[in-house]
Design a protein around this ligand. Structure first.
Ligand SMILES: [Zn+2]
Length: 140
């Protein structure tokens, strides 16, 4: 039984992160790239941590990564989520790390280094966001 629902807060959209949500709404995962030094960064930020440039564009990611770490939340519970709720840190092929919820995966099969797929899904607050699952085998 779930505790009292607090509701899932909606993301706060700013001029620095709106590209991320617009891309996700279109089914893509995009990260920022500094146009001065080419460093990729996530989460979105106004300034490059490597060279302090405010100039950036975006890169569309391949939707594949590797599980860096994860946690499985059991409580406190909110009716907006299903429990146990797995949350992962995934290193994208492009070289940046994202945090995302895990879906459609056996939690006992989560191991660091596992190949992961990134899938854009609608979240409880109605926003499209990346989620991750253990990579599906490709039929050959
Ligand atoms: Zn830079």
């Amino acid at each position: 039984m779930n505790a009292q629902a607090t509701g899932v807060p909606k993301p706060i959209i700013t001029q620095d992160n709106s590209f991320f949500f617009e891309a996700a709404a279109a089914g893509r995962l995009e990260v920022q790239r500094c146009t001065q030094c080419s460093e990729l960064r996530h989460p979105p930020a106004p300034c490059c941590a490597s060279c302090q440039s405010f100039e950036w564009d975006t890169v569309t990611c391949a939707m594949r990564g590797t599980l860096y770490s994860y946690t499985i939340a059991h409580r406190p519970q909110d009716s907006a989520f299903e429990y146990p709720h797995a949350i992962a840190l995934v290193d994208l092929e492009e070289g940046v790390r994202i945090v995302a919820d895990v879906f459609d995966s056996d939690h006992t099969a989560l191991v660091e280094g596992a190949p992961m797929d990134i899938v854009i899904r609608e979240h409880p607050h109605g926003t499209m966001l990346p989620s991750v699952r253990i990579a599906q085998e490709v039929a050959e």
